[in-house]
Design a protein around this ligand. Structure first.
Ligand code: C5P
Length: 397
């Protein structure tokens, strides 16, 4: 944790007194910590204590009243290697989930490019309320990590789930996170993502419903673990956030193959996540195909290259390749035959029969098969968590 930059966000709950211990643990481990408090947070623990422990003035207001100096949440968001919100009250969680940026903590959260850890703390009924559960699910779906509260006696003297996790345990989560960040250091990963568009004429194409979310989550997770990532992406509406991701935008399967062939020889890992069109029109009409006075056109299709298979055949010693199988039936057999025919080391199966899996969703439910006979099924998770499971397995191969 030495030299790491941590933003410690503190909102207004009784557990705020434990944040001083958490801050102390971070400082003792060699981290630099910037405390950001909500106005309510300051009612529970004073900024004086926290600035003395962190060695930095606490940030809470957008401006310093007497000098007019602006506190840039944007700069802070870029500075951080991790942001921890402890305690996170029901109100702060709701604001974060819905982008209610009316205080420095939430604006900083929205600007933060680094992973965010949320340690809820509230009374048991507030924690059990479906509103809180939904907001926490939203935060999870955005890739944030929720550090579950513990059960026990609460400030209200009621007993139940809602106590902020102990500072020592929150510290351990961050320690493990920073250790994991290094496990792809010095490695290069090629990732394909999104659909391909195969042109019919200048205004029409054959495409599919892929949104690129799974591939982009893999790219983000790999980059956050120290890898240099080349993300070859078909047309999608999302942008990579991590600076170590080199984005190569392509449209057709042929363009995707060309980009992959350029980067594959120097890659240690290749993760083939794109939903590549199997066929493309044999010719792209030079001008828009007109409806008037014409018979319905016949579009002749030709087979697209299988990018995963092409690369799989060229795989050299030490390179590891992952493919995906999105299936509607005979899931196991289809996945295993793709694993073998494309010379993959691992295949990730998702079935369209599973609710919350596949195209467009923020979640996925996968089973991983490895070439050496391993099989692991996972529950429904956010695509970022699924990405972490995939990479955890990949680095053990
Ligand atoms: O054969 P199928 O399309 O189901 O295989 C899926 C896997 O192969 C995915 O990993 C996908 O990215 C990859 N693939 C590819 N090029 C194709 C077709 C599939 O890289 N033309």
């Amino acid at each position: 944790m030495k030299g790491k930059h941590i933003i410690l966000g503190i909102s207004g709950g009784i557990a705020a007194y434990k944040s001083a211990t958490l801050l102390r643990l971070f400082i003792k481990a060699g981290a630099e910590v910037q405390v950001v408090m909500t106005p309510a947070g300051k009612e529970f623990i004073t900024p004086v204590t926290l600035s003395a422990l962190s060695g930095k003035p606490v940030v809470s207001e957008f401006f310093t009243a007497n000098s007019g100096e602006w506190h840039s949440h944007v700069d802070l968001g870029l500075w951080a290697d991790a942001m921890v919100i402890a305690p996170a009250t029901a109100s702060t969680i709701a604001k974060m989930a819905n982008g209610v940026a009316d205080n420095m903590l939430v604006t900083t959260y929205l600007s933060a490019k680094a992973p965010v850890f949320v340690a809820p703390a509230m009374d048991l009924d507030m924690f059990a309320h479906p509103t809180t559960s939904r907001n926490l699910d939203l935060l999870r779906s955005y890739g944030n990590t929720i550090i579950e509260p513990a059960s026990g006696e609460l400030a209200s003297h009621l007993i139940g789930k809602g106590r902020m996790e102990e500072p020592e345990n929150i510290f351990k989560v961050l320690e493990a996170f920073f250790a994991k960040q290094e496990d792809l250091k010095g490695k290069k990963m090629l990732v394909t993502a999104g659909p391909t568009y195969e042109k019919i004429d200048p205004v029409r194409f054959i495409g599919n419903y892929s949104t690129g979310k799974m591939g982009y989550a893999i790219a983000e997770e790999a980059a956050s673990r120290g890898a240099e990532v080349v993300l070859v992406s078909g047309p999608v509406d999302i942008m990579p956030r991590h600076p170590a991701i080199h984005l190569v935008k392509v449209e057709s399967a042929r363009e995707m193959l060309a980009a992959c062939e350029e980067h594959f020889p120097t890659a240690d890992y290749a993760v083939m996540c794109a939903a590549v069109a199997d066929y493309a029109p044999a010719d792209c009409a030079a001008t828009k195909i007109k409806r008037e006075g014409n018979e319905p056109p016949v579009i002749h299709l030709v087979k697209n290259p299988d990018i995963a298979k092409t690369l799989g055949m060229k795989k050299r010693d030490g390179q590891k390749m992952v493919g995906f199988a999105l299936e509607t039936d005979h899931e196991f057999d289809n996945a295993m035959s793709k694993l073998r025919s494309k010379n993959l080391d691992m295949i990730v199966l998702n079935s369209l029969r599973d609710k919350g899996a596949g195209f467009g969703t923020d979640t996925n439910k996968i089973t991983i098969f490895t070439a050496d006979g391993g099989e692991t099924s996972f529950g429904l998770k956010s695509k970022r968590e699924v990405a972490a499971d995939i990479i955890d397995t990949l680095i053990t191969l």
